[in-house]
Unconditional design. Structure first.
Length: 228
């Protein structure tokens, strides 16, 4: 990642994903609980198939003969699955379908359809990601945005250690998070891979007596109060 601080000093920085620790093992009656998948219905036992077969007598048939249950199939465990694409007639597609990008307005109404436009990654371009003027108190930021991913920035050597430590110290002392963005006008969200999701990104810094922690929080959802 090519990052510049508020003084326009820039450097290429490594980052790693921050993942939560493994959840505690679930136990019931002294025995561990594991999740398994089982077949719930066969192709001939779906609601649509049963409606076509029994018509208006489906309710009576369900009470009398349980046609929705295939005793030879239902309950068998599923180990591995493969993705299969179907058309609107439930037939297997032999070729990948054309992808169409559907544009929706804020109310969810469709406004346009078009061929997808490739979104190129922008985190390691010659023009670095820079600080914007948007700074939020940490307590306010976590109540305004939904952060779904977090990355931790790492130094490569002594110089980048000092560089990142200074950023973390400034943010830690002010108890703030600063929004970073790309582009000449600092209006471009961060895109980490080809056709990846665009993210609004906020830097948070923490320091103690032995080092620093610089976190990049990513969000694509802002919380807003309902109009009164």
């Amino acid at each position: 990642m090519h990052l510049a601080d508020q003084d326009s000093r820039d450097a290429y920085i490594r980052y790693v994903a921050v993942r939560p620790s493994a959840p505690p093992e679930r136990v019931a009656a002294g025995r561990p609980i594991s999740l398994r998948r089982f077949i719930a219905a066969g192709e001939a036992n779906t609601l649509k198939a049963l409606q076509q077969q029994y018509g208006d007598k489906l309710g009576e048939s369900l009470l009398n003969s349980d046609p929705e249950v295939d005793f030879e199939l239902v309950g068998k465990p599923i180990e591995r699955t493969s993705t299969v694409y179907l058309d609107n007639k439930q037939q297997v597609l032999r070729f990948a379908p054309d992808v169409v990008e559907v544009i929706l307005d804020p109310s969810g109404k469709e406004t346009d359809r078009r061929e997808p436009i490739d979104r190129l990654p922008n985190i390691a371009e010659q023009l670095p990601i820079r600080f914007t003027k948007t700074r939020l108190n940490r307590n306010a930021a976590v109540r305004r945005f939904v952060f779904t991913r977090t990355l931790q920035l790492w130094h490569n050597d002594g110089l980048t250690y000092e560089y990142l430590f200074d950023i973390a110290k400034q943010l830690h002392d002010s108890d703030e998070m600063v929004m970073v963005a790309g582009g000449e006008r600092l209006k471009d969200p961060l895109i980490f891979q080809l056709n990846g999701l665009p993210w609004r990104a906020f830097l948070e810094g923490r320091i103690n007596s032995i080092g620093y922690c610089l976190l990049l929080h990513l969000s694509n959802l802002e919380l807003k109060a309902l109009p009164t």
